[in-house]
Ligand binder design. Structure first.
Ligand code: PXL
Length: 278
């Protein structure tokens, strides 16, 4: 069984079921070794809570990197999520270009910066510009449809055709990545799915649209996807497994309306592990 060492770089939102509190358990459940580089510590995520406490860890990045280098630590995959500033994005690029990355390591970037047509609170156009630079260094990028539009300078639309999405994916490949996985793609009412383009084949995997929008769904998908890829599963099957896991987790959360701030993925980790082993 493939067993790889993954480095994931994103924030710790202490409460809110997103970023590292999602990535660590899911990547560990995938059967891979998970190492973390926390970009910031927040008391909660920024999607609905107010007056959160935020500690930026940018100044610690290079010290952690240098220590790892002195210990000759390197990684089979680097997977990035929510990053708090342009400076952090630049530091991540520095890490990707260093010997912390094994020669054949997989670089996966989730350009977590917006949803539903809008940038997340605290981000601006300079951040989008920096993120464009980071995605050009990735093997696989996992934007949602909002982020895919921002990265290609396209207008965000509520209604669009398969050709529109195909065009965006092709433009993203031209920017430098090798494959694109776009989440939250919908061509029909009550239908939502994931679109995969690896530079040759296009694939769309839809399911019923659930009436629930909340933070962390992109992180659940991306973590489950990276875990599957690092078990040696191909990109289409990895995207399908991640989509099924995310969908079932949101469905479970719907039964608990008071759980507004995140997605109850933990009870379904066993199903995720089973799918990886099928
Ligand atoms: O990827 C979602 C996310 C991660 N981290 C923080 C966030 C959000 C979304 O709102 O606020 C801090």
């Amino acid at each position: 069984m493939a067993y790889n060492r993954i480095l994931t770089i994103q924030d710790i939102s202490c409460v809110g079921q997103c970023s590292l509190t999602v990535a660590l358990p899911i990547l560990s459940a995938s059967g891979n070794e998970t190492c973390i580089l926390p970009s910031a510590v927040l008391s909660t995520h920024t999607g609905g809570f107010k007056n959160w406490h935020f500690r930026d860890l940018t100044d610690d990045f290079m010290k952690i990197k240098e220590h790892w280098q002195s210990e000759k630590i390197d990684f089979d995959a680097i997977y990035t999520g929510y990053l708090g500033s342009v400076k952090q994005v630049d530091m991540v690029i520095n890490i990707i270009n260093s010997n912390l990355k094994k020669a054949d390591a997989l670089i996966v970037v989730d350009p977590a910066m917006g949803d539903y047509g809008k940038l997340y609170s605290g981000f601006n156009n300079d951040f989008v510009h920096a993120m464009k630079n980071l995605v050009s260094k990735a093997d696989i990028i996992i934007p949602n449809i909002t982020e895919a539009c921002m990265l290609t300078g396209k207008e965000f639309k509520e209604i669009y055709s398969p050709e529109y999405v195909s065009q965006i994916a092709k433009e993203l490949i031209l920017q430098g990545c090798k494959a694109v996985v776009i989440t939250g793609v919908s061509y029909k009412k009550n239908e939502l799915g994931v679109f995969v383009y690896d530079g040759k084949t296009e694939y769309y995997y839809p399911h019923e649209e659930l009436d629930r929008k909340c933070s962390g769904t992109g992180d659940i998908f991306a973590s489950a996807f990276v875990g599957a890829m690092m078990r040696g599963i191909d990109i289409i099957k990895s995207a399908t497994i991640a989509e099924n896991f995310t969908f079932e987790s949101i469905k479970l959360t719907l039964e608990h309306p008071a759980h507004w701030y995140g997605v109850k993925f933990e009870p379904l980790l066993g199903n995720y592990i089973k799918q990886l082993n099928e």
